[in-house]
Design a protein around this ligand. Structure first.
Ligand SMILES: Cc1cc2nc3c(=O)[nH]c(=O)nc-3n(C[C@H](O)[C@H](O)[C@H](O)COP(=O)(O)OP(=O)(O)OC[C@H]3O[C@@H](n4cnc5c(N)ncnc54)[C@H](O)[C@@H]3O)c2cc1C
Length: 470
């Protein structure tokens, strides 16, 4: 019976795909007293608003997104989806706070021809920059996102578009994050064709042809131009529904901490849960890399070393509810702060603009990430964090009112950082597992992408490989 470690979206989706492929039963071991991991929603039904402590929206474009929509459909969540279409202000309007003002990023072709702050040239000029820039073959087939964008599109794009975007996606420093994290194809085009635009023109178009959407939801999302979505009642409804489905086919053990994993010569394994050794024929780990490292370090210190090289950052999430519906001057998804501005926040999401929260303005302020300790020290109090969030909301958005409800979540080591060399590190980890013939499968956000879609798709691909090999 396979043992799945971790009951976040990675572990739950791995257990789901295992049971769908008739590997029954499966046992999921989760150390805390709930499912969902970082996905945590606090629903205030009486006042029509939701606070999300972790993720709040899921993307709809691309194969990983279609895979999640297929999963939603299989779980009968079709009617629960709360989509935001491409034409909605929360999909169209994204801002950065730079040079003392909120600046709308261009959202149309016309916008790309105008000079809009914080840029001093029209965005279209970045394309000419790419055409003029020579190409530079990277020795290790990787470089930082910042260096790549700086080289190809210029410093302004690197500072005011890409750096804040990386803060928004993984709370990371674009100067350290691998270009392959988000721009794999663009980087490969440059290396192969000598530039991004050249790659766009000369790449193999057949390979780039999009596959037809399968399933009702992916097709609906495409036909109705969904941009992002959540679930009615909050994103936590996804792990809750998955957990409900799984109880029919598997065992879910909460408050069950995995302390050690050991492997035997006969290709079986043993997991120590709360002090008891439990035999298993296969271990599927969705644990954060540093936690799996601790569990395998006695028997496989080299594997533990490799896992420990995947770094994580702390993020502070501050949810704010104001009992007034119209405190925001501009409807938008929110704004991000470029690190070059040296402000103590990563950005603010306008939750009540994304989703209807009747009678309320609801905001989420994200803070810390790569800069957490430098900004807040090792152990800031919740009050310290709340005060910084409120000051910045007041200074930038002009909201003087005190929030009626607020929550501060200090999320330790919550987002893995795919720093330069990440792909090679992950290949090295998986090669180690293969070479030592360990009955171990790795999924979760540490390896193949940090978004909810990436994590679910990774579980599916990794489970397919176990089932295929048996
Ligand atoms: C603040 C924040 C905002 C985000 N926003 C978005 C967003 O808007 N959209 C998006 O797509 N993605 C977003 N993400 C990313 C996404 O939420 C995560 O990548 C994803 O939820 C990770 O899932 P996981 O299962 O890999 O890990 P986790 O959620 O960390 O799950 C791992 C589970 O393992 C358990 N565990 C740990 N140690 C043990 C042990 N020894 N034994 C047993 N169990 C153990 C933990 O309790 C946890 O439940 C966000 C992440 C954060 C932190």
């Amino acid at each position: 019976m396979p043992a799945v470690l971790g009951g976040g979206i990675g572990g739950l989706s791995a257990a789901y795909y295992l049971t769908r492929r008739y590997v029954n039963p499966v046992t999921v071991y989760e150390s805390s007293n709930r499912l969902g991991g970082w996905i945590r929603s606090e629903n205030h039904y009486d006042e029509n608003f939701i606070f999300e402590a972790g993720p709040r929206t899921i993307r709809t474009k691309g194969p990983a997104a279609s895979n999640t929509l297929e999963l939603m459909e299989e779980l009968n969540l079709n009617r629960e989806i709360y989509p935001i279409c491409d034409s909605h202000p929360a999909a169209r309007n994204r801002m950065v706070y730079a040079k003392g003002q909120l600046c709308m990023l261009p959202n149309s072709l016309m916008g790309a021809f105008k000079t809009l702050p914080p840029f001093t040239k029209p965005l279209i000029s970045a394309l000419f920059h790419d055409l003029r820039a020579g190409s530079k073959i990277q020795k290790n087939n990787d470089e930082s996102m910042y260096d790549f964008v700086h080289r190809r599109f210029g410093k302004e794009i690197a500072d005011y578009a890409i750096s804040p975007m990386i803060c928004g996606i993984c709370a990371g420093n674009a100067k350290e994050i691998s270009v392959r994290f988000l721009m794999n194809d663009l980087f490969d085009w440059e290396q192969k064709y000598g530039g991004v635009i050249k790659g766009l023109l000369f790449r193999d178009k057949k390979k780039a042809n999009k596959k037809q959407e399968s399933g009702v939801l992916p097709k609906l999302a495409k036909d109705q131009n969904w941009s992002i979505y959540s679930i009615k009642g909050g994103l936590e409804m996804l792990p809750i529904t998955l957990g409900g489905y799984l109880t029919n086919y598997s065992e879910i053990k909460l408050n069950s901490k995995c302390q050690n994993v050991s492997f035997h010569k006969d290709n079986t394994a043993e997991v120590r849960i709360n002090g008891t050794n439990i035999p298993t024929d296969h271990v599927v780990s969705s644990l954060p890399a540093f936690k799996l490292a601790k569990a395998v370090e006695l028997q496989h210190p080299d594997l533990a070393d490799r896992l420990n090289k995947i770094q994580y950052v702390d993020v502070a999430v501050v949810n704010l509810q104001y009992r007034s519906p119209d405190l925001l001057e501009q409807e938008a998804f929110g704004f991000l702060v470029p690190p070059i501005e040296n402000l103590p926040i990563l950005g603010v999401i306008f939750d009540s603009c994304c989703f209807n929260m009747r009678g309320n303005t609801v905001l989420t302020c994200m803070m810390g990430g790569h800069w957490f300790e430098k900004l807040f020290g090792k152990n800031p109090t919740e009050k310290d964090i709340l005060d910084v969030a409120l000051k910045n909301v007041r200074d930038i958005l002009g909201i003087e009112m005190q929030p009626k409800t607020s929550r501060v979540h200090i999320l330790r080591k919550c987002i893995p950082q795919y720093t330069v060399g990440h792909k090679a590190r992950v290949d090295g980890i998986r090669d180690y597992v293969k070479k030592h013939k360990l009955p171990l499968t790795l999924c979760g956000s540490a390896f193949d992408g940090v978004g909810v879609n990436d994590v679910i798709l990774s579980s599916r691909i990794q489970v397919d490989q176990i089932v295929g090999s048996k």
